[in-house]
Design a protein around this ligand. Structure first.
Ligand code: KIV
Ligand code: ZN
Length: 527
């Protein structure tokens, strides 16, 4: 338990609950990059994944545990011993490992999903926490769907977990059903019924199905919780989790009135949000609180007039506090390798050797076409370079003939992971469609496009274009993103990455016993 009673622990679940959002398929490198940025952001706990669910998830949690310094690294597990063993094996390399185990306490779940009894839930809780405590000192227990469960039974189960050595009890509003006043009353009653709760950290985990995730989390903190589970950009199962940036900035902005504080380095918020959005392909709505591109924009003349005279007339936060407009880096086509290295270091990336050469090559290509290369461009470029190294297939080149009088025709060259160059051609409905189908022809895949989006990294006519693709291959979705000054190039890059991700996931499913195990009835719906 933290010594300061007003310190709120930030438990980030972007890589676990967040990654459960449809269409998100991060690979190990991408997860590691996000985890490293979460450490820079100053989160207290990173829930790195659900190791039993797939070999890929296991490997990502293991890498994060070994390589990310600072936060506690948690792995999720059902109450089965095999889940707990997998979670432990994945997090054991961390300086501070945590096992997070859960089982439902609502009758709806116990009857219909688990198809068991309350007695069995109590027994499973007892055995799971005791088993996890053999491995680590830091064990979190969650009674899933607690807010639709009977409070007396949930309290009994929580007390069992505490008696067996759980150090954090997390109360999930799994289906985003509760309301702030109801949630605080629920927690107050839990405190009365499970006296052991006073000796552990009480945590809250709220989903946003009714748009109340942040409000409910805040109500939980006012009721005594000192850990809040949240995700960057509010991503997560269905409507998502409580948004990290919103709950953190609420506590920061209203600190004089609320008196609670977090350890978050708020200036890293915008960058973390952009990284997660870029790697997941989930864009942030323009009017999203804190990190939407309009969150600090003033449209009405009266507001603009006020802000010009005195910023606080219409702004309750300073954009620089969350890291927006904080960076003055501007490079141009005459900037050298050293200037690039320094600019990247200022952004928190230490790049040297071959990686610097590659980044410099891409930078020069872009700087030749774009007058000014800003911090946002560099971030996009660097993340794009990272993907380049990872994707199975690479788009080597493309030719497109487009005209309003003939259907567009594309030919592409795609390099296989083994280094062979494949070519394919196709006549499509539009130039982008023609490139996508030519990639299918080259790789012999029957992938179907599900989503395609184009964004600009910055404003201005010469802005870098960022594209995002979600496709489906043999029932498996894969997503990919691409960055370039040329939209067709960015689209092609995004498509081959999405295809490579889908192939990787399909192969994992094909040979993953772990996946088969995770699809047993009680796990059919991940939490
Ligand atoms: O929503 C939920 O109940 C969960 C638990 C595993 C905490 O994600
Ligand atoms: Zn959840």
């Amino acid at each position: 338990m933290p010594d300061d009673p007003n310190r709120v622990l930030i438990f980030d679940t972007t890589l676990r609950d967040g990654e459960q959002s449809p269409g998100i398929s991060l690979n190990t490198q991408e997860k590691l990059e996000i985890a490293q940025q979460l450490a820079r952001l100053g989160v207290d706990v990173i829930e790195a994944g659900f190791p039993i669910t797939s070999p890929g998830d296991f490997e990502a949690v293991q890498e994060i545990a070994r390589r990310v310094e600072g936060p506690v690294i948690a792995g999720l597990a059902r109450t089965h011993h095999t889940d707990i063993d997998a979670a432990f094996n994945a997090v054991r390399g961390a300086a501070r490992p945590r096992i997070h185990t859960f089982i439902s306490t609502s009758d709806i779940h116990i009857r219909h999903q688990l198809q068991t009894t309350r007695e069995d839930v109590k027994g499973q809780t007892r055995a799971a926490v005791a088993h996890a405590r053999q491995y680590v000192d830091d064990v979190e227990f969650s009674p899933m769907d607690a807010t639709r469960a009977e409070v007396e039974f949930t309290a009994e189960v929580c007390q069992i977990a505490i008696d067996e050595g759980a150090t954090t009890i997390n109360i999930p509003d799994t289906v985003g059903y509760t309301m702030p006043h109801e949630f605080s009353a629920f927690l107050a009653r839990l405190y009365e019924l499970a006296p052991g709760l006073r000796d552990v950290v009480l945590s809250v985990h709220c989903h946003d199905d009714l748009g109340l995730a942040v409000a409910n989390s805040f109500a939980g903190l006012l009721a005594g919780a000192r850990q809040v589970e949240c995700a960057i950009n509010g991503i997560g199962e269905r409507a998502g989790n409580a948004s990290l940036e919103e709950i953190v900035m609420l506590l920061h902005t209203r600190q004089p009135d609320v008196g609670l504080r977090t350890g978050i380095v708020t200036r890293e918020i915008a960058r973390t949000s952009r990284l997660v959005s870029r790697l997941t392909g989930y864009s942030v709505q323009p009017n999203k609180a804190i990190i939407g591109r309009n969150a600090f924009a003033h449209e009405s003349g009266i507001h603009q007039d006020g802000v010009l005279k005195e910023r606080t007339t219409y702004e309750i936060m300073d954009a620089t506090t969350v890291g927006l407009e904080a960076n003055s880096i501007v490079l141009g086509k005459h900037s050298g390798r050293h200037a690039l290295q320094q600019a990247l270091a200022e952004l928190g990336f230490s790049v040297s050797g071959q990686a610097l050469n590659m980044a410099f090559k891409r930078f020069k290509e872009i700087a030749d076409k774009k007058k000014q290369v800003t911090a946002m461009d560099l971030e996009a470029l660097l993340t794009d370079e990272l993907r380049e190294k990872l994707a199975g297939y690479q788009l080597e080149w493309f030719d497109v003939e487009a005209s309003s009088r003939r259907p567009p025709h594309a030919t592409v060259g795609v390099r296989t992971p083994e280094g062979e160059e494949l070519t394919g051609s196709f006549i499509g409905d539009g130039p982008v469609d023609a490139i996508f189908r030519a990639i299918n022809a080259a790789t012999g895949s029957d992938a179907r496009l599900r989503e395609f989006r184009v964004d600009a990294v910055t404003g201005g006519q010469d802005a870098l274009g960022e594209t995002s693709v979600v496709l489906e291959l043999d029932g498996i979705t894969g997503s990919g993103q691409g960055v370039s000054t040329d939209i067709l190039d960015a689209a092609g890059r995004a498509y081959v990455r999405a295809l490579s991700n889908a192939i990787r996931r399909r192969d994992e499913v094909a040979d993953g016993e772990h996946v088969a195990e995770a699809m047993q009835p009680e796990a059919a719906a991940a939490p």
